[in-house]
Design a protein around this ligand. Structure first.
Ligand SMILES: [Zn+2]
Ligand SMILES: [Zn+2]
Length: 402
């Protein structure tokens, strides 16, 4: 296939269909591992355009396989399908029909854009070298139950044929509409959670000396944990330790028996992750011991760092820059986390953002807000970018040096 070709005109020709698909998915949002209607819609669309379908994969996932006429590389494109437990306010004609469930992270757009890319590539199948796999993944948002990328990988979506490159895309309100944003190397953080159960000894609020006050100890633990970020790590190495939930006590004059803190940690490299993971229990235990309390600590890793392959990503930047009417910017890493990281551990590739901030269309609220809105004008740029990357990278004769 012509490597210099971009598919914006093809995407423009099917723009109405891409938008209609996005609206249909938006009105029927489904939570992690419950994406049954979405998976059915995806499977039907892929079959309609002559793409072979494998489903279900990874519980509720769908894989489409498009073989070109000539040999070439195997490229995977991934879209996540799940919605969030968010109540959508009324207003849009295609608003969620399900109470308390909303596509508030743009995954409806991801599915529609990837279906658009599949239509474009299927139309040009005769010119396509190699194979494109379309991965429609469940449960990206469900880090607490491991996410949907891992079960898909375990069920072999990266094998037979083996995937050479993988690309994923996320709609993001941080960036202006029609802006592609990415970087080589670490793009998003490793995330992990912690839960600290502080056990003291309750009593009367007027006589703290007869108690071991877990509320006071919890306050000291929260403060001390911030010393990790400010005093114990390289200040130019990004990381976050946030205590986001504090529970203790029942009324104003009873010192309770215990307190529970829960929080999240985010890091951008493995050494820092290990150091933070070892410091949290060390600090919590020693602070508790200082005041005679004890603590139990549970820690869990969620997603690893999302690392874009440097050589591939430099090529991706060139390809994205070829799409007229869009802008491509290199951005600093973000401390959000994504289970696309698991794919990038197996196969070189790139994850990138497509901005959707547009004040004229009132698309100004952040992802996960109940007011989050997609500027639908961007969907064709997303489809064009995915199709262009797939055709470009399937046509490569050998992988670029890493
Ligand atoms: Zn999200
Ligand atoms: Zn998302």
């Amino acid at each position: 296939m012509n490597l210099t070709k971009n598919f914006l005109d093809d995407a423009r020709a099917i723009e109405d269909l891409i938008i209609a698909l996005r609206r249909s998915i938006h009105s029927n949002p489904e939570l992690a591992f419950h994406e049954l209607d979405t998976a059915r819609l995806v499977g039907d669309e892929l079959k309609r355009i002559g793409i072979r379908v494998r489903a279900p994969v990874g519980r509720t996932g769908v894989v489409g396989i498009l073989e070109g006429r000539a040999p070439g590389r195997v490229v995977a494109l991934r879209a996540d399908m799940d919605a969030l437990p968010v109540m959508e306010p009324p207003g849009l004609e295609f608003a969620s029909r399900k109470d308390g469930v909303m596509h508030a992270c743009g995954h409806d757009g991801h599915v529609a854009m990837l279906l658009g890319a599949a239509m474009i590539l299927a139309k040009h199948r005769d010119d396509l070298h190699g194979t494109v796999k379309f991965l429609f993944q469940p449960a990206e948002e469900a880090a607490e139950i491991g996410g949907g990328a891992r079960p898909m990988i375990e069920e072999g979506v990266l094998n037979e044929p083996n995937v050479d490159y993988i690309f994923g895309l996320h709609i993001f309100s941080n960036f202006p509409s029609r802006t592609f944003a990415l970087r080589e190397g670490p793009l998003m953080a490793a995330s992990g959670t912690f839960k600290i159960h502080i056990v003291g000894r309750g009593g009367h609020g007027s006589a703290p000396h007869q108690t071991i006050d877990p509320v006071y100890v919890a306050a000291q633990v929260i403060s001390a944990l911030q010393g990790i970020r400010s005093r114990m790590l390289d200040p130019v190495e990004p990381s976050v330790v946030s205590v986001c939930s504090v529970h203790s006590g029942t009324r104003n004059n009873i010192i309770p028996d215990d307190a529970v803190l829960e929080g999240t940690m985010r890091t951008l490299d493995e050494t820092t992750r290990k150091r933070v993971a070892s410091l949290i229990p060390r600090i919590a235990k020693s602070v508790c011991a200082t005041y005679g309390a004890r603590c139990e600590i549970e820690m869990e890793d969620a997603y690893p760092v999302t690392v874009n392959d440097p050589a591939v990503t430099r090529s991706v930047i060139d390809v994205l820059k070829s799409i007229p009417g869009s802008k491509t910017v290199v951005v600093p890493p973000l401390l959000i986390a994504e289970d696309f990281a698991f794919f990038l551990r197996e196969v070189p590739g790139t994850y990138y953002f497509l901005g959707t901030r547009n004040s004229e269309e009132r698309c100004v609220y952040p992802n996960h807000s109940s007011k989050f809105r997609i500027d639908e004008d961007i969907l064709k740029y997303g489809s064009a970018s995915l199709a262009t990357l797939a055709s470009n990278f399937t046509g490569r004769t050998r992988p670029p040096p890493s």
